[in-house]
Ligand binder design. Structure first.
Ligand SMILES: Cc1cc2nc3c(=O)[nH]c(=O)nc-3n(C[C@H](O)[C@H](O)[C@H](O)COP(=O)(O)O)c2cc1C
Length: 284
């Protein structure tokens, strides 16, 4: 059936008033003036710099506790909580504007634990949420402030650390199960927030027969072993390896690098490994 399109008026907060816009739910932890960790739920929080610099953009009401705390301390942690009704109900309570930290945190169901940054020094950092699937620990970059009005604050949050429970890290690196993260459709009908869970993710492969390009090589290499750095020239050398075999090739190189205590893959190392393999019995 060919349905006609009808125009919708573009209102303020168009993502929840004039459309259906799927958003993440992020519990932002920041430090209140007395040092207590404040949790504020936010959905307008998206990747903003993805290559070279790694940063998230957070859009908040300027009068929120979160905005005040970020401006004062420069610190925030983005806690991605699982899609459970109990957690989302607590989020909605924590999202009631105007409550001070001590008052609102009394009703929180979340467990706070020490920041993973804190363990490496004495600087106080906001605590993080134990129940999280993953946490981005961030520092505000005030040089990129493009807040459009005194009421609306845009914070560029540079990601210093991403931490997650071991089972999710294993799954991420080995390509296993996905966590169930909530999707927020926002504050609608003037009385309720609407959330949903997503189904099991499905994969759609890229067109067959295309060789890998250097950026695919870099992406795969970082996923397989984030502790090993690949120089762009080394990635370029593997461009053209059929996608089907890329993981196997990269894993082999990473394993050899680890064995030798090397954390940086150079084109020279790839040449050396190729020559070595070519010299192995049965290779020629
Ligand atoms: C699921 C959810 C998402 C929200 N997303 C945003 C958002 O992206 N930006 C914003 O300014 N307020 C958002 N709010 C409202 C804030 O949570 C609310 O202003 C709250 O007072 C923030 O807490 P804080 O004052 O402790 O920072 C959201 C509320 C909920 C429940």
């Amino acid at each position: 059936m060919n349905e006609d399109f009808q125009e919708v008026r573009i209102l303020d907060n168009y993502y929840q008033t004039s459309s259906f816009f799927p958003m993440p739910v992020v519990l932002v932890s920041t430090l209140a003036e007395d040092g207590q960790t404040n949790l504020g739920p936010y959905s307008l929080c998206f990747p903003h710099m993805i290559a070279g610099g790694h940063a998230m953009m957070l859009i908040t009401r300027s009068s929120s506790n979160t905005a005040g705390n970020i401006r004062r301390t420069g610190l925030a942690a983005l806690n991605f909580i699982p899609a459970r009704r109990r957690f989302l109900a607590s989020c909605v309570r924590l999202g009631f504007p105007g409550d001070e930290t001590a008052e609102k945190m009394k009703g929180s169901v979340f467990t706070l634990r020490t920041s993973c940054r804190e363990m490496m020094g004495s600087t106080p950092y906001p605590q993080i949420v134990q129940e999280s699937v993953q946490v981005f620990e961030c520092t505000w970059d005030p040089a990129h402030d493009d807040s459009p009005s005194p009421d609306e604050s845009h914070f560029l949050l540079r990601i210093e650390k991403i931490v997650m429970p071991k089972r999710w890290r294993d799954s991420l690196l080995a390509g296993g199960r996905f966590p169930s993260l909530p999707v927020d459709y926002g504050y609608r009908d003037d009385s309720r927030f609407w959330f949903c869970r997503h189904g099991r993710p499905f994969a759609i492969g890229l067109p067959k027969g295309k060789g890998s390009d250097a950026s695919t090589v870099l992406y795969q290499a970082q996923r397989l072993d984030p502790d090993i750095q690949w120089e762009p020239e080394a990635c370029a050398k593997l461009a053209g390896v059929p996608r089907l075999f890329l993981k196997q090739v990269l894993s082999g190189v990473n394993a050899e690098a680890r064995k030798r205590g090397i954390s940086r893959i150079t084109p020279g190392l790839l040449d050396e490994l190729r020559d070595k393999r070519a010299g192995e019995p049965g290779r020629r």
